[in-house]
Design a protein around this ligand. Structure first.
Ligand code: ADP
Ligand code: MG
Length: 359
C-alpha cells in the first residue's frame, strides 16, 4: 500500500529550496548582500559571529521595505524584481526568484528590520494608510515558522537582516558545516567578490567584533578603484596589471589582467563578472586560457578581474538557483570577443606596439 499523496507545507517546501541556495553561512551572506545591492545601497555593514554559524547580520542604507510588505518579503515566490513574464527574459537585478529570504528563514532564526528612506517615504505613505516611513519596523520568524510582528524597532533608513543559529532545525545540514575558521574564510571570499564588483559601495566586515575589511566607497577617480583592488588582492595588483576596456557591438569587456610575468601558481585571482554577477563558466575560462596561451607557461594561472557587460536579453541567468551559471544566447560570439580583446591587450601590453586595432 503506498502512502497517500500530499501537498507539502510551505515550511517544508522552503526547507527543500534552502537545500539549493543555503549551503553555509557564506551563501546566506551572498544572498543578503545581493538584496542590499539590488536595494541601491551606498553602504554595507556585515557582522559575523563564529564564522556566521552563530549569528550574522547584513545592514544596508538602501530603499528599505515598507511595513505592509515585510511579511511579503519573507513569503515564497514573492519578489519586487519581476512584474511581468517578459521581465524574466531580461533580468537586470541580482535577485529575481523571490526565494532567498523564505529559504533562509526556514532554516534559521531570522529577523528583518527595515525603514523606508526619505525618498521612498512619500511613495510608501500613499500605498499604506499609516505613514510607513515614519519609523522602522521589524518582523521575526518564530521557531514554528510563524511570523511575529510587524513591531516597532529602531533602525536608520535601510534594512538589516539578522540570521541566528543556521540549520538549528536541520541537524543533517548542520553536520556539514566546518570549523568556524573555514566558514569565515568562505564568508570572506563572498564579501571580497562582491566588494571587487562594487567599489562604489562602502563596506565593512567584522568577525567576532573585529574589523576585517573597512573599505571606503570609490569616489570616481580611477586611483580610488585601484586602491580597493590593492586592498583586496594584495598591494601591487594595480601596478602588476594591465587595464582593459574593449567593446564590440553589444559587448563590453573591462577590468584588469595581471601581466603574464605576475601570473599565479594557483587559479586564486580569477574573477569574472557578467552584468555585475560573478560567474564560473567553462566557455569563458577557455576563452581566457586561449588568449593567454602565447604568453603564459602551461603551469601558471592568469589573474584577472573582468567585467563583461551585455544587454540582459542576450544572457539567461535563470540556470541554477544559486545563479553561478549563465547561458549566453550567442556563446561563440562572446567567446571570440573575449579571446580577441585579451589577446590584443596582452600583445600590446607585453610586447609593446601600437594601439590595438579597432574590433
Ligand atoms: P529576490 O531577491 O529574488 O526578489 P528575496 O527572497 O531575496 O527574493 O527577497 C524578497 C524581496 O524582499 C525582494 O524582492 C525585495 O523586494 C525585498 N528585499 C529583500 N532584501 C531587501 C533589502 N535589503 N532592501 C530592500 N528590500 C529588500
Ligand atoms: Mg534576493
Amino acid at each position: 500500500m503506498s502512502n497517500p499523496i500530499r501537498i507539502l507545507s510551505d515550511h517544508l517546501v522552503n526547507q527543500i529550496a534552502a537545500g539549493e541556495v543555503v549551503e553555509r553561512p557564506a551563501s546566506v551572506i551572498k544572498e543578503l548582500i545581493e538584496n542590499s545591492l539590488d536595494a541601491g545601497c551606498a553602504r554595507l555593514e556585515i557582522d559575523v559571529d563564529q564564522g556566521g554559524i552563530k549569528r550574522l547580520r547584513v545592514r544596508d542604507d538602501g530603499c528599505g521595505i515598507p511595513r505592509d510588505q515585510l511579511a511579503l518579503a519573507l513569503a515564497r515566490h514573492a519578489t519586487s524584481k519581476l512584474a511581468v513574464p517578459a521581465d524574466l527574459e531580461a533580468v537586470g537585478t541580482l535577485g529575481f526568484r523571490g526565494e532567498a529570504l523564505p529559504s533562509i528563514a526556514s532554516v534559521s532564526r531570522l529577523t528583518l528590520t527595515s525603514r523606508v528612506g526619505p525618498d521612498s517615504e512619500a511613495e510608501a505613505s500613499e500605498v499604506a494608510s499609516d505613514r510607513a516611513g515614519d519609523s522602522a519596523w521589524e518582523v521575526a520568524v518564530a521557531i514554528d515558522g510563524r511570523l511575529e510582528g510587524p513591531r516597532p524597532a529602531a533602525h536608520p533608513p535601510g534594512t538589516s537582516v539578522e540570521v541566528r543559529d543556521l540549520f538549528f532545525n536541520t541537524p543533517a545540514r548542520r553536520k556539514f558545516l566546518r570549523t568556524e575558521k573555514t566558514e569565515f574564510d568562505h564568508v570572506d571570499q563572498v564579501v571580497r567578490r562582491l566588494a571587487l564588483a562594487r567599489p562604489d559601495v562602502a563596506l565593512e566586515l567584522r568577525h567576532n567584533g573585529r574589523v576585517v575589511h573597512q573599505l571606503p566607497a570609490a569616489d570616481g577617480r580611477p586611483e580610488s578603484v585601484l586602491a580597493r583592488l590593492d586592498r583586496l588582492l594584495g598591494a601591487g595588483f594595480a601596478e602588476q596589471s594591465l587595464e582593459i576596456d574593449a567593446s564590440a557591438v553589444d559587448l563590453r569587456l573591462h577590468g584588469w589582467i595581471r601581466r603574464p610575468a605576475f601570473s599565479r601558481s594557483q587559479p586564486d585571482q580569477q574573477f569574472f563578472y557578467v552584468n555585475g554577477r560573478l560567474i564560473r563558466d567553462r566557455l569563458i575560462t577557455h576563452a581566457i586560457r586561449q588568449a593567454f596561451s602565447d604568453f603564459l607557461h602551461q603551469a601558471r594561472h592568469p589573474g584577472y578581474v573582468l567585467f563583461l557587460e551585455l544587454p540582459p536579453r542576450l544572457v539567461d541567468v535563470n540556470v541554477h538557483p544559486a545563479k553561478h551559471e549563465v547561458r549566453f544566447r550567442e556563446s561563440r560570439q562572446v567567446h571570440d570577443f573575449i579571446r580577441r580583446a585579451l589577446q590584443r591587450r596582452l600583445a600590446q601590453g607585453v610586447l609593446g606596439g601600437a594601439e590595438p586595432d579597432a574590433p
